[in-house]
Structure formats: C-alpha cells, structure tokens
Design a protein around this ligand. Structure first.
Ligand SMILES: CC(C)(COP(=O)(O)OP(=O)(O)OC[C@H]1O[C@@H](n2cnc3c(N)ncnc32)[C@H](O)[C@@H]1OP(=O)(O)O)[C@@H](O)C(=O)NCCC(=O)NCCS
Length: 171
C-alpha cells in the first residue's frame, strides 16, 4: 500500500544511532547508570532524528513520555541509542527511541529502554512552530505505526489540556 504525499519522507530516512561507553561518573552508588543520563542521550538522539525529518533548522523538545526502563545498565558497558520518526503532525514530530546495552567484552546486546519523544520544528527568528514534511506511508506496518502515533499524540494533548486545569504550581 502506498499513499504518496508531496514531499513525504520515509521513517527510515530519519533513523540515527548514537553509541557511548558508560563511565563511573554516570553511575549511582550501586554501580548502575542513572536513568537521567540515559534520558539525556535519548533526547539528543531523538532530536537529531527529528531534525533529519524536519530539514534544516531548529527543533525543540515538547514532550518525552512513556520511557520504560527494562533493565539496568552497568558501568563500562557500551550503550547504543537508536531513534526513528514514528509519527508526524503539522509542526510536530514523534520519535521512537530504543536503548541497548552490552558488555564491552561480549556481544550480548540487551534492550534496556524504550520511549517516545515529541519535537516541534521552529522558525529561525520568531521561534514559532513551522510545518514539517509528512511521513511517507508505504506498507501496512507504516499505516499501523501512524495510527498508534496518532493515538499517543491525542493522549498527550489531552494531558496538556488537563494540565491547564491543575492547581497552580508550588513555585
Ligand atoms: C513546544 C512548543 C514550541 C509548542 O508551542 P505552542 O505555542 O504550544 O504551539 P502549538 O500549540 O501551536 O503547538 C505546536 C505543535 O506542538 C504540539 N505540541 C505542543 N505541546 C505538546 C505536548 N506537550 N506534547 C505533544 N505535542 C505538543 C502541538 O500539538 C502542535 O503540533 P502540530 O502542529 O503537529 O499539530 C512550546 O510549548 C515550547 O516552546 N515549549 C518549551 C520547549 C523547550 O524549551 N524544550 C526544551 C526543554 S526545557
């Protein structure tokens, strides 16, 4: 199945990977890597993926959600983060982010986290949201992925709307 749309880009064009060797300074006192360290790398990788899709210019992180940590990462392990666009709105881009870990001396790669982040492409001067290319749908799997992304974005926007009704911040 192919639904051609002018300027649409396939998800594969935005796939990026980032790999690091973890260090003691990134760990807690139990010798495992802080979730926040992995979140930062995930955000950076997701942003690069979104920029690949959006084309030249800035993107900003609008939301990081449903990041699930599936297992610990130990000091000295090689961490690989892979991000790819999974849904696209008018100015917003969702990326799926997967994190893997493996001991530096053995090829035993583990899937340690999965999550989604949304980026918004911005105009250079006014920092207003700017339109991005649509995501190309070529297969049934692409169509399903887009529908799932739509559902996640609907939930996010509902949460954002509910946030406006919460009691004022403690600041
Ligand atoms: C993200 C941001 C640019 C959105 O600006 P805005 O004035 O709310 O603009 P809009 O309401 O027109 O939203 C623009 C797009 O972002 C999406 N969006 C906004 N907030 C969102 C959220 N919390 N989750 C998911 N998508 C969101 C909208 O759905 C819209 O997408 P669409 O054009 O594809 O339909 C603005 O909230 C912002 O600058 N936030 C801070 C970003 C930042 O500094 N991040 C770094 C971490 S500190």
């Amino acid at each position: 199945m192919d639904e051609p749309t002018a300027g649409a880009k396939p998800a594969s064009a935005s796939r990026v990977g980032l790999a690091i060797i973890t260090e003691p300074g990134q760990a807690n006192s139990f010798g495992t890597i802080h979730g926040g360290v992995l979140l930062r790398l995930a955000d950076e990788c997701g942003a690069v993926s979104a920029m690949r899709h959006a084309g030249p210019g800035q993107v900003t992180t609008a939301a990081i959600d449903s990041m699930m940590f599936l297992g610990p990462v130990y000091v000295g392990e090689r961490v690989e983060i892979v991000a790819e666009v999974s849904w696209v709105g008018r100015t917003s881009i969702e990326t799926r982010i997967d994190i893997y870990a493996e001991p530096y001396d053995r090829p035993e790669r583990r899937h340690v986290a999965i999550g989604y982040a949304v980026y918004v492409a911005l105009e250079e001067t006014a920092r207003r949201p700017r339109p991005v290319p649509p995501l190309r749908v070529e297969t049934e799997a692409d169509r399903v992925r887009l529908e799932e992304g739509n559902a996640r974005q609907t939930q996010r926007l509902a949460r954002r709307a509910a946030r406006g009704k919460m009691p004022s911040d403690h600041s």
